[in-house]
Design a protein. Structure first.
Length: 69
């Protein structure tokens, strides 16, 4: 498949050109949160905060039709 996008200048194109970078950053953040929850020595209160942040993170991704798989 070939897709062609045209932009007036580089500034307009920047978000599209950096899409893979954004995706990798989101994936890295998710993996970091997962690792903290799985292997970190968290208090119950911290665990709950991480859990709430992770749930919100995935909710935002879903609302924007972003899949990290």
């Amino acid at each position: 498949m070939k897709i062609t996008l045209e932009f007036e200048d580089h500034t307009d194109a920047e978000p599209y050109l950096k899409g893979l970078d954004y995706s990798c950053a989101l994936w890295d953040f998710n993996q970091w949160m997962r690792s903290q929850m799985k292997h970190g020595e968290l208090t119950q209160a911290k665990w709950e905060v991480y859990e709430e942040i992770r749930e919100k993170f995935f909710s935002i991704l879903e609302e924007n039709k972003v899949n990290l798989d």
